[in-house]
Design a protein around this ligand. Structure first.
Ligand code: PHE
Length: 470
């Protein structure tokens, strides 16, 4: 059964606007967790941890998840459900006549940039399904898997074809509408992915020499951390939880008024973090047992896991299932990114949903193609030692998302007003909101100050500010 709520458009008070709603609490969690769990957990988290020294980075990441991620996620749900709007319109509605809608533009820009490289990696995953099905992962060495990966991502055409297919699938689902498209699949497929990762974990930790990988994951050495790695841990927390750019605001706008927002935010955060850690446990023991470089960057998962599959009974089936589910997880995330842009086009630019989806998909795909080409050996587009792909990833995750998150926290902490927040968290005073005071304290002070410090430190400005006060 389809349920609608009515709101009114700002231009035409008499024209009721229909907005689709999630049908159940499970549906909301599935969709929001579907957005959160994706390549960020399984592809990005392991290689970021590998590049930044392992356990110390992970501890920081967990610290940021609890003190900043969770409160910002709840803030986004509050803003979304209260405004029933897209990321730009939400600020417009809740703070009319102010400059706040600017935050919406940061979000839309971030969605564009993220989806451009995300779709490239999504395309790689589709290629890996094909490799798995055709039995590529049966008896290779890590050098061979490294060669296969590099050879594939640096070829000009093949990755682009898969990237475009990935975008087309995402667009198709977004076109079908939020509820029908997203809820149904996420509910069944995400738990299945979890089961497969746990099976991979069991194989990885029982490999000979796995202990070294586990101690890399769990024994912190803080001397390895730099200002940039602290910023990357924060950026990763935002990226993994889909925060700072309005994906959760947009999904929050479809949440039923009886759902308990605090519980939903908590459950999504736990599921996302659990999957990232379990992905780390599937990868690092294998990395160390097999003598693979832990700081090789974006190829880490694609080089390591094939060897894990080949070392386990039923490896063929597991590899096919794993990469297929990885594609699904990536798609449930990419639709939330695309939905941010589409909802904005539909509600603010008054486009019809079909046109909005096609235009957004086409524009993002063009950037995605440039991004993919920037890795190819024949084109090579680099500035300051980073290619276009790395730049998109760095700027969106480590600059735009924390900035967006900073403003979102400030908005809920300082602008929205305590009463409105309490009303939203308690569903108009019908349920308890026991953590309300802690939440307000975190969004008002802790999250903004922490983000500002990490940010200024990461871009190298903090030391100059501190020098002024010396
Ligand atoms: N959280 C997603 C992932 O981990 C990526 C994402 C980022 C989705 C920002 C939406 C918004 O893969």
């Amino acid at each position: 059964m389809k349920r609608f709520i009515s709101g009114f458009t700002s231009e035409n008070e008499n024209r009721p606007k229909k907005r689709d709603l999630f049908s159940s609490k499970v549906g909301v969690i599935a969709a929001a967790a579907g957005s959160a769990v994706g390549l960020g957990n399984i592809w990005k988290f392991p290689y970021e941890a590998g590049n930044n020294g392992g356990a110390a980075f992970i501890l920081l990441y967990l610290f940021f998840i609890i003190t900043i991620g969770l409160p910002v996620m709840l803030s986004e749900f509050v803003i979304g459900r209260k405004s029933r709007s897209n990321v730009h319109g939400a600020f417009h509605k809740l703070a009319p006549g102010s400059k706040w809608p600017f935050v919406g533009y940061i979000g839309i820009l971030a969605a564009f940039m993220i989806l451009a490289f995300y779709s490239v990696v999504g395309g790689w995953c589709i290629q890996y399904v094909i490799y798995a099905v055709s039995g590529t992962f049966t008896n290779g060495t890590s050098d061979e898997y490294c060669f296969i990966f590099n050879n594939f991502i640096t070829s000009p055409i093949r990755p682009i074809i898969w990237q475009l297919l990935f975008m087309a699938i995402s667009a198709g689902i977004v076109l079908a509408g939020i509820k029908k498209g997203i809820e149904k699949y996420a509910k069944i497929l995400m738990p299945l992915l979890l089961v497969i990762i746990i099976i991979l974990d069991i194989r990885a930790v029982t490999l000979k020499g796995a202990m070294e990988g586990l101690s890399f994951l769990f024994k912190p050495d803080f001397s390895e951390l730099t200002g940039v790695s602290v910023l990357e841990a924060l950026g990763q927390a935002f990226f993994s939880l889909s925060l700072g750019m309005g994906a959760i605001i947009t999904y929050g706008s479809y949440v039923n008024k009886h759902d308990n927002l605090s519980n939903t935010a908590g459950e999504v955060t736990i599921a996302d973090t659990l999957i990232a850690i379990l992905a780390g446990i599937a990868i690092f023991p294998a990395v160390f047992a097999l003598g693979i470089d832990h700081d090789q960057g974006p190829g880490l998962v694609f080089v390591t896991l094939p060897e894990v599959f080949q070392a386990m009974p039923g490896g063929f089936i597991f590899s096919v299932l794993f990469f297929t589910l990885l594609v699904v997880a990536a798609i449930t995330s990419s639709i939330s990114l695309l939905e941010v842009v589409v909802a904005y086009f539909v509600e603010e630019q008054k486009m019809i949903r079909r046109d909005a989806t096609i235009i957004a998909t086409a524009l993002i795909s063009i950037f995605g193609m440039i991004c993919s080409l920037s890795l190819s050996s024949s084109v090579k587009i680099e500035f300051f030692g980073k290619n276009f792909f790395d730049w998109l990833e760095f700027v969106s995750s480590n600059i735009l998302l924390p900035l967006g998150g900073l403003f979102i926290a400030l908005f809920v902490g300082w602008k929205l007003g305590k009463q409105k927040v309490l009303k939203e968290l308690s569903n108009e005073y019908t349920i308890n909101a026991p953590f309300y005071h802690v939440f307000i304290f975190l969004v008002k002070y802790i999250a903004p100050i922490a983000i500002a410090i990490v940010f200024l430190n990461g871009i190298g400005v903090l030391k100059y500010i501190l020098m002024i006060f010396k």
